[in-house]
Ligand binder design. Sequence first.
Ligand code: OGA
Ligand code: NI
Length: 197
Amino acid sequence: MQTNFEDLISTFLEKGIGVSNNFLSTDLALQLKLNLVALYNQKALKRAGIGNGYVSTKDKKIRRDKIFWLDKKDNNETELLFFELIDSFVLYLNSTCFTGIKSYEFHYALYEKGAFYKKHIDQFKSDNGRAFSMIMYLNEGWVKENGGELKIHQKLEVQIISPENQKCVFFKSNELEHEVLVTNVSRMSIAGWLKTF
Ligand code: OGA
Ligand code: NI
């Protein structure tokens, strides 16, 4: 676990984008994926918007994922394990990097075939305290032909990250523009934000 945290933080400090390939254990990734698939089949996922309100036609031009917010109050065994992992990561991050993270929010996301998320940054105009973005992928056997990469635009280069099972990506929410390229198959993840208040 510690090694994964170190991987994520050291690559972040080095390149501005942290990547850990095994942040989620195979079992946790599988159980989370099964939860997400069940929610999808129950039609519990909702079209995501770009503000906080209803989803407009403009929103649909920008993003096409469907989401479900995780909530400790749901008392789901697997999600509680996920939150334990995040809690220990936040503790590690705060104690090694003095980041002062106080809270977080995470949602499941499912991009159906053909879905995408155009270039954006993760902080709304009115500051919502989002300091770091974290995305974890739940896609076994992902191949290049599937598309659906995360493309991050840095000042001097562009990073293309494929949404492989168990991988976690970590970056500052207020500066890096990024997008999700069109996926050719259903693409599953948990996306979230570590917040300073
Ligand atoms: C987001 C986002 C990237 C990804 O949800 O804001 O940029 O790879 N997700 O799913
Ligand atoms: Ni984003």
